[in-house]
Design a protein. Structure first.
Length: 232
């Protein structure tokens, strides 16, 4: 007998214990959800903010995105449900796309699991590289340079998934992000709520043109994307 899926009751599809804690993939009706250490991260119900994260970063480039004469290099922090990657890979102006994801389970859910429906074409794109590593470690230790860094690994700089991620929004972490950018490059950080203190931290870290762009949601406070540019 087939048991029907009830939209209001989530079905756990996979549960993994990794070096950073527990990650869970759930299905609620036709929607997939990722839960980390009991904290809801994201789902496949609406990808507007993830797409805006990528588009806003490109348009904020110096020179502005449409005037860039060469394909731009993009680093996405967090594979998530794959909306940011899929959107970037659908655009020809990104010449290189790297995605940093520390959870092996999340990568598996995309490569061999149900989230491949979102990201399959993007993962097969020769411009795409998935880096299985911790984002804080990568931006601190890598020498790679990008035109844009789009970060979506927490619910925001004031609402991190775990204590380890707080270092990304510290003066040292923001300086490392700045160092991964080419002159005129853009840092874009998704957040579930605006943060005036984070805007000031970006300025203190040497970024210019700091601003916050709202993303309307169906209910509650709008999501936001914090944008900041490395001086040319």
């Amino acid at each position: 007998m087939t048991v029907p899926v009830t939209p209001d009751i989530p079905e756990t599809l996979d549960r993994r214990q990794g070096p950073f804690g527990e990650v869970v993939l759930r299905r609620r009706g036709a929607t997939y959800e990722i839960i980390a250490n009991g904290c809801f991260l994201m789902d496949t119900s609406d990808g507007r903010s993830e797409r805006l994260l990528v588009d806003a970063a490109y348009l904020a480039l110096d020179p502005p995105g449409p005037d860039v004469q060469r394909p731009a290099a993009l680093l996405i922090g967090g594979l998530g449900v794959g909306f940011s990657l899929a959107h970037a890979a659908a655009q020809p102006h990104w010449g290189r796309i790297a995605v940093v994801e520390r959870e092996e389970a999340v990568i598996d859910w995309h490569r061999t699991g149900p989230l491949g429906a979102v990201s399959g074409a993007a993962l097969a794109d020769p411009r795409t590289a998935v880096l299985h590593t911790d984002l804080v470690q990568y931006v601190t230790e890598s020498a790679d340079l990008y035109d844009a860094l789009c970060l979506d690994i927490d619910n925001g700089p004031d609402w991190t998934v775990d204590e380890d991620n707080r270092g990304l929004y510290s003066p040292a972490g923001l300086a490392a992000c700045r160092d991964r950018l080419r002159p005129g490059g853009v840092l874009a950080v998704w957040s579930a709520q605006p943060s005036a203190s984070f805007e000031q931290a970006l300025r203190d870290a040497g970024f210019a043109s700091v601003r916050t762009e709202e993303v309307p949601v169906d209910r509650g406070v709008p999501d936001v994307v914090h944008l900041a540019r490395k001086p040319a």
